[in-house]
Design a protein around this ligand. Structure first.
Ligand code: NAP
Length: 212
């Protein structure tokens, strides 16, 4: 596929770009201040910032390009606007709070556990340069657990991306933990998203679960 990758030089983009190319995709990387002609691309992938993702995605959707968004921190209004534009243009827009398969499983297990153990809290821990808090994964996990789950955010050097879901009941706790130790963890999920993108309906789809 011909892919435009927004956030080429970022922590994720720098790992992802070469891996997409190795998988046979033709990748055009875009960084801040570059505005290439968005024509002839099969898909746009965005790993930028909460401030940049909306503009990039609106431009890509406006050009009729299906989008895969990894950037977190989009507001509900922002997502609703993307849904409307994607439907109008008849293309899919996939937003995935976490591309790591282990994190997707963690969310599933947490939702299952919350049905039997309703008292729970989430601790999410990320590198100190992460711009949004709470993380997109923590918000998505809380939503799948019924919504009313307190989230604690930790930002420290030395961390990559980690989350614990702690469920408590009299005399016991259950902890479900996922650790991302390298950004390689996100590559298979993005490749899967690109492979399945054309099978998605036009408009917004949230989460990798829809593809598994
Ligand atoms: P990062 O290291 O800050 O990288 C972001 C990159 O985007 C930077 O190189 C930045 O350039 C560039 N950028 C900013 N505005 C841009 C624009 N308008 N057009 C093109 N590029 C632009 O962040 P990261 O750790 O790679 O993470 C990127 C995003 O992905 C974050 O929102 C993070 O939460 C999210 N994320 C999601 C997943 C997932 O599985 N869904 C996994 C990891 C991270 P400058 O540095 O020059 O500003």
């Amino acid at each position: 596929m011909k892919i435009v990758l927004f956030g080429r030089d970022g922590k994720v983009g720098a790992v992802l770009g070469p891996r997409l190319a190795e998988a046979g995709h033709a990748v055009t990387g875009v960084e801040v201040g570059e505005e290439p002609e968005l024509r002839g691309f099969d898909a746009a992938v965005d790993f930028t910032t909460p401030a940049a993702v909306l503009g990039n995605t609106r431009r890509a959707l406006g050009a009729g390009i299906p989008c895969v968004i990894g950037t977190t921190g989009l507001t509900d209004d922002g997502l609703a606007g993307l849904d409307e534009l994607a439907r109008e243009r008849g293309v899919p827009c996939l937003v995935v709070p976490n591309f790591a398969i282990g994190a997707v499983l963690m969310m599933r297990f947490a939702a299952e556990a919350a049905r039997a153990m309703p008292h729970a809290e989430i601790v999410e821990l990320h590198h100190e340069t992460k711009l949004d808090a709470p993380s997109g994964t923590a918000k998505a996990t809380a939503a799948r657990m019924g919504g009313n789950v307190p989230i604690h955010s930790v930002r420290l050097p030395g961390l990559v991306a980690h989350q614990e879901v702690i469920l408590g009941a009299p005399g016991q706790t259950l902890t479900i933990r996922h650790d991302t130790t390298s950004r390689e963890a996100f590559v298979p999920g993005v490749l899967l998203a690109l492979e399945r993108l054309s099978s998605l309906p036009s408009g917004l789809t949230v989460g990798l679960d829809a593809l598994l």
